[in-house]
Design a protein around this ligand. Structure first.
Ligand SMILES: N[C@@H](CCC(=O)N[C@@H](CS)C(=O)NCC(=O)O)C(=O)O
Length: 338
């Protein structure tokens, strides 16, 4: 009898091993009753705690949007703040279901690490923060200067490439965390701090005198920031990808959290498909047919999420730029819901 149980146990174990890792994430998330979402520990506008201790930000809202899609309830998320060095392994090892943490979609991260990037929620690029008193107008004036940078990022390699290809010398000061790199810059140990421009806007708020620092206009790399899931987990991938596409399509069709009730009774065919009236848009994803309406109603369309967290009227004050919809001269473009 003992042997039989052992054999069955082994068979179950082997069957489980044969599954691509994380293939059952949607079921695991449902059974657990919450989504575990990996976020940045402290990047104002993207992921940071408000004075009441509740997480706020662009990346945080994306986690909530996925919870709205799966549960119709944005409170069903456990946020896991992750250090830079741990973020990709946390996803690969199954400690989190979704990574939504200013992470650049690169080839090596997909081919070597067993993770898949689902959709570019924010088109970013690397830039430089300097003291206004330096009176620099371009990064090309940074030859011979010292630059603070965080290790374990795409940033470090881009920095080296940029200075090498422009035949400029520089001194690099590397730090394992953004906090240390920013503090060193603020203390005057470096002439510039470099990272994704979105994060420069965020980190500038933490300096002793934010108004004394400027972001140079040069963008030296492509940093397509994307949420990621484990490879071999097609259903989670599609849910995450279409959550972003739904928020973009909603903006394009003028559907927002404020107009969702009206959209539910609209006679416009595209809007009806978006909000799942008279179709089965969600059921093939394993979701309810009104999942997209819940995402829009509970979290908002792309424009609402961008503007309230990082947009021109927020503390960060980032212009929409290339993150405008394609219909407004930007490159945010979602396939149609059809
Ligand atoms: N997008 C780049 C850079 C991401 C990155 O690490 N950004 C800094 C922004 S300051 C960060 O999040 N640091 C937080 C930390 O030290 O954990 C990447 O994916 O490698």
């Amino acid at each position: 009898m003992k042997k039989a149980i052992g054999t069955i146990g082994l068979a179950v174990f082997l069957a489980a091993m044969a599954q691509p890792m994380g293939a059952q994430t949607l079921e695991v998330v449902r059974d657990r009753g919450k989504l575990i979402c990996g976020i940045n520990p402290d990047l104002p506008g993207f992921a940071a705690r408000d004075p009441e201790g509740s997480w706020q930000g662009f990346d945080v809202d994306f986690c909530r949007a996925v919870a709205a899609a799966v549960f119709g309830d944005i409170s069903r998320v456990e946020f896991k703040p992750l250090a830079n060095a741990d973020r990709l392994t946390a996803l690969k090892n199954g400690d989190i279901d979704l990574l939504s943490r200013n992470t650049t979609w690169t080839m090596a991260r997909e081919t070597e690490l067993g993770i898949s990037f689902a959709a570019v929620t924010y088109y970013d690029g690397q830039g430089f923060l300097v003291r206004a008193s330096l009176k620099a107008e371009s990064a090309l004036e940074l030859g011979g200067k010292s630059i603070c940078v965080q290790t374990g990022t795409t940033t470090e390699a881009n920095l080296a490439d940029y200075f090498r290809s422009n035949k400029l010398s520089y001194q690099v000061e590397t730090f394992p965390t953004a906090q240390e790199a920013v503090a060193a810059y603020d203390d005057g140990r470096c002439d510039a701090f470099t990272t994704d421009v979105s994060a420069l806007f965020a980190q500038r708020l933490k300096l002793a005198n934010p108004d004394e620092h400027v972001i140079l206009p040069d963008i030296i790399s492509k940093e397509p920031l994307s949420p990621a899931v484990r490879q071999g987990d097609d259903r989670s991938f599609k849910i995450v990808q279409w959550t972003h596409f739904v928020m973009l399509n909603a903006e394009e069709l003028g559907v927002s959290s404020k107009t969702i009730e009206r959209a539910m009774v609209s006679d416009n065919a595209e809007i009806r498909r978006l909000v799942g009236v008279g179709g089965n848009a969600g059921t093939d994803l394993g979701l309810s047919s009104d999942w997209a309406a819940r995402v829009i109603g509970l979290v908002g369309n792309y424009d609402e999420v961008f503007e309230r967290n990082v947009g021109i009227g927020s503390k960060l004050g980032i212009p929409r730029g290339i993150n405008q919809l394609w219909t407004h001269g930007g490159i945010q473009y979602a396939p149609p819901i059809q």
